[in-house]
Design a protein around this ligand. Structure first.
Ligand code: IMP
Ligand code: MG
Length: 183
């Protein structure tokens, strides 16, 4: 598959305005309670940085990397922890930061895993949500944008490890065999 074009869906300004709102909402809810943000590598890096700057509660940032095995652009449900947290989350308010929730398999597995480590509270914040694609139920506490069932790149999200650095989020237009474009 070759990418023909990337069509802007959410501009940098729009994304950052929404992140500011999420930051205010999270700050109001946690107040002076410390919150441990768990950034899910690599897709959530840009979102986590921008969001952390907008939270006024005391923040700690941790990283975790998971891979969901599957061909092409969907996950299989077999989730592997590639890089675990470097610290204990026992007794902490944990807020998992994800780039996108698609089938829900990755987060379903991850939340169950984190729950066994006895955090004080465990919540989930995602920049994007594709509810039409859900296979496994996931309780999402904070959502940046609900998007239709289309593959997106940018602002951390990749296509074959590329395009993460685009400052906006765009829909990918694929070139078919005959060179004609299709979404
Ligand atoms: P899930 O387990 O199906 O919910 O998969 C979530 C993961 O799939 C995300 O963390 C992304 O890495 C990837 N993913 C799902 N949809 C997209 C997309 O539209 N663009 C880029 N990555 C995606
Ligand atoms: Mg990915």
């Amino acid at each position: 598959m070759k990418i023909k074009q990337i069509n802007v869906h959410l501009s940098e300004e729009k994304i950052e305005a929404r992140i500011k709102e999420l930051g205010a909402q999270i700050s109001a809810e946690y107040g002076d309670e410390p919150v441990c943000l768990i950034c899910i590598l690599k897709g959530s890096v840009f979102f986590t940085c921008e969001l952390a700057k907008r939270i006024t509660s005391p923040v700690e940032i941790e990283f975790m990397s998971v891979s969901s095995y599957g061909a092409g652009t969907s996950s299989s449900g077999v989730v592997k922890i590639v890089q675990d947290l470097s610290t204990s989350i026992e007794g902490k308010n944990v807020l998992v930061i994800e780039d996108i929730i698609d089938s829900g398999r990755t987060l379903n597995y991850l939340l169950q895993n984190l729950k066994t480590r006895n955090p004080k509270s465990l919540k989930l914040c995602t920049l994007l949500d594709k509810p039409e694609r859900r296979v496994v139920e996931v309780a999402v506490d904070y959502v940046g944008f609900v998007i239709p069932d289309e593959f997106v790149v940018g602002y951390g999200l990749d296509y074959d490890q590329k395009y993460r650095n685009l400052p906006y989020i765009g829909f990918v237009e694929i070139e078919d065999e005959e060179g004609e474009a299709s979404e």
